[in-house]
Design a protein. Structure first.
Length: 340
């Protein structure tokens, strides 16, 4: 009894010290400590530095402890070896929260490129489904830069076979995969994909996610493709200028296209005073408008300035417009902040 009471008192003292240490910690650290001390092992513990030791805090579980009943997801730390779990299960694991991390870890530690290709080959026929998955898309983003262009051909083929380039470009996760493929595949490989995207360029440019794909094309276009994109933007200036994401695409075009293409776009925009004002007074469009004004000279520049000066009330009704008002000397700098 004496021995038991002594042990109990020692444990009580340790718990009291631990509690005191915990209460002195800032809330984020205290929350992490409490999670580490919980009975159920957290899946994110494996991302903490090895050997992490918090004063007075007991480890969350022993290496030999069993996972809670009903818990099916596994982590690299729960498995004897990654190689024993992943082969043959790439597609299944890629769609799981913990499983996709397991697959990414397996790709990181793969012996060579052939091992990576062997694992990714299990995604053949499942690219469209995987790229739309909130977990699986990370596996595709991981493997694409690790593979040779010719080994990525099956992904391009599946997108074209299913006729989904536009849908993929406008998908929350798919747009990331499309940009990765455009970045890491050869131009000859991606030509069918790019042509399919450009047939619906205006729709994609005005989409919350698709506009990033069009911006990527603009930033990496060769001279011929730049000319084609410029023509598409010119012919659809009204739709782009009236859409917030379309204006972001115009802004990118004014930043990356060759000078003659920038001038062609600038002249098209200034010919429509209402569109010019729409772009100049918008959050995503006003940087492009400032760039546009720098490109124009002589009568073209004067015409663009006259439109702004004739619409002072419109300028002062928006934050970006107030920046124009300040640049044109219509208001004092300290007045812009109060108006905006």
């Amino acid at each position: 009894l004496h021995l038991c009471s002594k042990v109990d008192s020692e444990q009580s003292g340790m718990m009291a010290d631990s509690k005191q240490v915990t209460t002195r910690m800032a809330f984020p650290i205290r929350a992490i400590v409490q999670r580490l001390g919980a009975a159920e092992k957290s899946g994110w513990e494996k991302y903490l530095p090895q050997g992490l030791c918090l004063r007075g805090i007991q480890p969350s579980s022993s290496p030999t402890s069993s996972p809670p009943v009903g818990r099916s997801d596994s982590t690299p730390s729960d498995c004897q070896s990654t190689d024993a779990v992943v082969p043959g299960k790439i597609f299944k694991l890629s769609r799981q929260t913990q499983g996709c991390r397991q697959v990414q870890h397996a790709l990181d530690v793969a012996a060579d490129g052939k091992a990576v290709v062997a694992m990714v080959s299990e995604l053949h026929g499942h690219v469209w489904e995987t790229m739309r998955c909130p977990n699986g898309n990370h596996v595709l983003q991981k493997c694409i830069p690790m593979m040779r262009p010719q080994d990525l051909q099956f992904m391009l083929d599946e997108l074209m076979h299913r006729n989904v380039p536009a849908q993929a470009s406008c998908h929350k996760y798919g747009c990331r995969i499309v940009q990765k493929l455009l970045q890491h595949c050869d131009a000859d490989q991606t030509r069918p994909l790019v042509e399919a995207i450009m047939t619906r360029a205006v729709h994609i440019a005005c989409h919350p996610f698709g506009n990033y794909v069009i911006q990527h094309l603009l930033a990496n276009a060769d001279l011929e493709r730049s000319r084609i994109l410029c023509n598409i933007l010119q012919k659809n200036m009204s739709a782009l200028a009236l859409d917030p994401f379309g204006r972001a695409v115009l802004g990118r075009a004014f930043s990356v296209l060759p000078l003659d293409h920038k001038l062609a776009l600038a002249r098209s925009l200034v010919q429509e005073p209402d569109l010019w004002m729409e772009v100049a007074c918008s959050r995503l469009g006003h940087p492009a408008a400032f760039t546009l004004l720098e490109l124009l000279h002589g009568q073209e520049r004067e015409k663009a300035l006259d439109v702004l000066l004739q619409n002072q009330e419109t300028l002062l009704s928006s934050g970006p417009g107030c920046l124009w008002a300040e640049a044109l000397g219509l208001v004092k700098p300290n007045a812009v902040a109060s108006v905006a």
